[in-house]
Design a binder for this molecule. Structure first.
Ligand code: SAM
Length: 405
């Protein structure tokens, strides 16, 4: 029988392509050695408690798969037998609910729904024979989620301890337009190496994902603290006291606010309303300075910091010609108003990015919902600009956009 407390169980952490390097650093900083298995997966060894800890702390991962068993199957009948042989009665409660996802590369399988259906039948048949009760199954990922990897004749079955993917943190009920995935927003900020003792400015904030993720990073908030449900909570080996201990430890690490300011603005009042609602749910609303304003009028706190912008890029929202002017204005905004800041633009349009007319200091590729995007960095050297104190933020100094006449 599988020992869930042993630290030699195989764990696979998945993250979108291009992000795995960042995810690997996150895993290593939690004290685990891990290695890259594929473009979108990393492997390590650990217990169910370790898997819970990864769910609690990882900002850039999507799934944390805990290995249950492996076997050999040339065809669908052998596949059914391999799955039915496993002791499901030790994993799924007799009246539980489970969902199956799979990645199948086997020449005998044309329709990938077939292995899911067969695996479901095998589990239901076994549990009905043993418990006399039939568990339910379906597409809902709110309870036990199983992941089947069948490659040629080799079958590996995992429990997805996240259940609903970790990019769904739970705070974003109001996505507004073209939002970044929460995990991608976190990856962009980690890639930028923003120092949370400095400021983080997010003009064009949309639904506020970057500003909220900056708050979570800056306050050392484990993103899993925002969720009340994970896949691991629905399997029989789960021990609530172990999870509660991890949660308590994470709360002790958390700091109440960031040392630097977090500023988020958008020209659309509806975006700011959505961002405020999302920030409220993430516990960040009181710590982010929200403004409805054009990015050219964005407040830039005096001192060092990072500006990160995710403008529209023409393919989904705005039109390219109009956007050329916007990108040109972004370059001017950085040069004139962001002295001493590291500036970043996230966009999928190389053509539009060229309109910024600044020499990039860094370029990194990412994927946003299957679309290639780039994070381009620009350094703006400090010109020791004039500082004024904003009436809306009396305690902290804000740099004015224009010099007085
Ligand atoms: C691609 S969306 C940003 C999405 C955001 N990263 C998120 O995760 O929700 C671009 C945003 O830029 C805003 N925007 C466009 N032009 C602007 C301008 N001139 N000044 C300020 N905001 C602008 C839009 O209202 C929109 O919310």
């Amino acid at each position: 029988m599988l020992d869930f407390t042993s630290n030699s169980n195989r764990i696979l952490v998945t993250a979108p392509r291009f992000i795995t390097e960042i995810t690997q650093k996150e895993i290593e900083s939690l004290g685990y050695a891990c290695k890259k298995e594929k473009d979108n997966a990393l492997s390590l060894r650990g217990s169910l408690e370790d898997a819970m800890k990864l769910n609690l702390w990882l900002r850039t991962a999507h799934k944390v798969l805990f290995h249950l068993f492996s076997g050999q199957a040339e065809n669908i009948d052998e596949f059914y037998d391999v799955v039915k042989d496993f002791e499901w009665e030790t994993i799924i409660p007799s009246e539980g609910y489970f969902s199956i996802q799979s990645a199948v590369h086997n020449d005998t399988i044309r329709d990938t729904r077939l292995p899911n259906l067969k695996a479901k039948d095998a589990i239901v048949d076994r549990l009905t024979e043993i418990n006399g009760l039939r568990p339910n199954s379906g597409p809902d990922t709110e309870q036990t989620v199983l992941f089947v990897y069948w490659n040629k004749s080799s079958v590996s079955v995992y429990v997805d301890t996240a259940g609903t993917p970790l990019n769904r943190r739970g705070y974003r009920h109001q996505p507004h337009k073209a939002p970044l995935q929460e995990t991608l927003a976190a990856a962009l900020i980690l890639q930028s190496e923003w120092d949370p003792t400095s400021h983080f400015v997010n003009p064009m904030c949309g639904s506020g994902t970057l500003a909220i993720e900056a708050f979570l990073i800056g306050t050392k908030t484990a993103p899993g603290l925002l969720r009340t449900n994970f896949g691991f909570m629905h399997i029989l080996p789960y021990q609530a006291d172990v999870w509660n201990k991890l949660v308590e430890e994470a709360k002790k690490v958390q700091i109440p606010t960031t040392e630097g300011m977090i500023v988020a603005s958008d020209k659309d009042p509806e975006a700011i309303a959505a961002a405020k609602g999302n920030a409220e749910r993430a516990g960040a609303a009181a710590h982010i300075l929200f403004r409805v304003t054009d990015f050219r009028d964005s407040l830039i706190p005096v001192g060092k910091g990072t500006v990160m912008m995710n403008p529209e890029y023409g393919e989904r929202l705005g039109e390219k010609a109009a956007l050329e002017k916007v990108y040109g204005a972004i370059g001017s905004f950085f040069k004139r108003h962001c002295n001493g800041y590291s500036c970043y633009v996230v966009s999928s349009s190389k053509e539009l990015l060229e309109k910024i007319r600044m020499t990039p200091s860094s370029t990194k590729n990412f994927l946003n919902a299957k679309m290639d995007v780039q994070l381009i960095g620009y350094e703006v050297f400090d010109r020791n600009e004039l500082a004024v104190t904003s009436e809306s933020s009396p305690k902290r100094k804000l740099r004015s956009r224009k010099k007085p006449d």
